[in-house]
Design a protein around this ligand. Structure first.
Ligand code: ADP
Ligand code: MG
Length: 281
């Protein structure tokens, strides 16, 4: 696997990152973010809906440009790349697993997995077909290779999206709510798969989630609130119980946090509507 490099070296460095949407009416979404991510980290990004998680992921994934600041990936300042180089950079270094899979429904599972490869090389080499088949069995989809996407369940589609994100041996995998639409059992299975791949290949994972159980299974938890880093901790350092408490205070599981926000707000009516829960997506 092409994840050459030493563990513990910095793979992503973010310096004074700002993001502002809008020209006339400006909406600043990210405020002076500064952090580093080490190669091989398995990190979750949590935070209330609207806190800027997807915006940050899109900037890290070079799908969106920052307004100010620097994003250095593998020693390369991606702000300085032109659109063509950015596209190449994405294809070479990054794997994307997004909640709305962006799979091609009329294509088979195998064809979908191969798409990021075909973007750089359209020769249908037996090795690459073999590799795509292997990835599909890694995500436990053996026997479904030639099934069209629209004939697969949501969990199976998400597994195809995962296999696809691995095809070019990405050094960094960005997953935005990868289990958001899945039941608990399937979500756990998907997390186990990603963790296994992380351990085996040393690929770096950044996983957006609002599910504290998912977050608690990661090595490092970064919480964004209102476009700023509110918390950044390693559950292994602070202990499982404290980590769980930290998560309980902010991450949402079926509006559990609403009660706590209610206490904070001391507003009798707060929490009566699901929309009152600022943590729910
Ligand atoms: P999260 O993923 O944490 O829910 P987002 O990053 O999607 O948050 O959104 C953060 C804020 O940025 C929201 O207020 C949202 O409306 C705004 N936003 C996101 N994308 C755009 C866009 N393309 N144009 C304008 N505003 C946007
Ligand atoms: Mg989002």
């Amino acid at each position: 696997m092409d994840n050459a490099g030493t563990k513990n070296e910095t793979i992503i460095q973010v310096k004074h990152l700002d993001k502002v949407f809008g020209e006339e009416v400006k909406n600043q979404v990210l405020f002076d973010l500064n952090f580093e991510i080490k190669r091989g980290e398995f990190l979750s990004l949590i935070g209330p809906s609207g806190s800027g998680k997807s915006t940050l992921m899109n900037i890290l994934g070079a799908l969106e440009r920052s307004t100010a600041g620097e994003v250095i990936v593998n020693g390369k300042n991606i702000n300085n790349l032109n659109d063509k180089d950015l596209a190449e950079f994405r294809n070479q270094y990054l794997g994307f697993i997004f909640q709305f899979h962006y799979l091609f429904p009329e294509f088979t599972a195998l064809e979908n997995v191969l798409i990021p490869y075909y973007i750089k090389d359209f020769s249908r080499k037996p090795e690459i077909i073999n590799k795509a088949n292997k990835l599909l069995s890694l995500v436990e989809l053996e026997g479904f290779e030639n099934r069209k996407i629209n004939k697969l369940s949501g969990g199976q589609q998400q597994r195809v999206a995962i296999a696809r994100s691995f095809i070019n041996d990405p050094q960094i995998i960005l997953a935005d709510e990868p289990t958001g639409a899945l039941d608990t059992k399937t979500s756990r299975a998907i997390m186990t798969l990603m963790r296994k791949y992380n351990e085996e290949t040393g690929a770096t994972f950044i996983i957006v989630t609002h599910d504290r159980e998912i977050a608690s299974g990661t090595q490092r938890i970064v919480e964004l609130v209102d476009g700023k880093i509110h918390k950044d901790f390693l559950p292994s350092e602070i202990g499982e119980a404290t980590a769980w408490e930290e998560l309980e205070r902010h991450a949402c599981v079926d509006c559990d946090t609403m009660k706590q926000q209610k206490q904070v707000k001391k507003d009798e009516n707060f929490g009566k509507n699901k929309n009152d829960c600022k943590t729910c997506p």
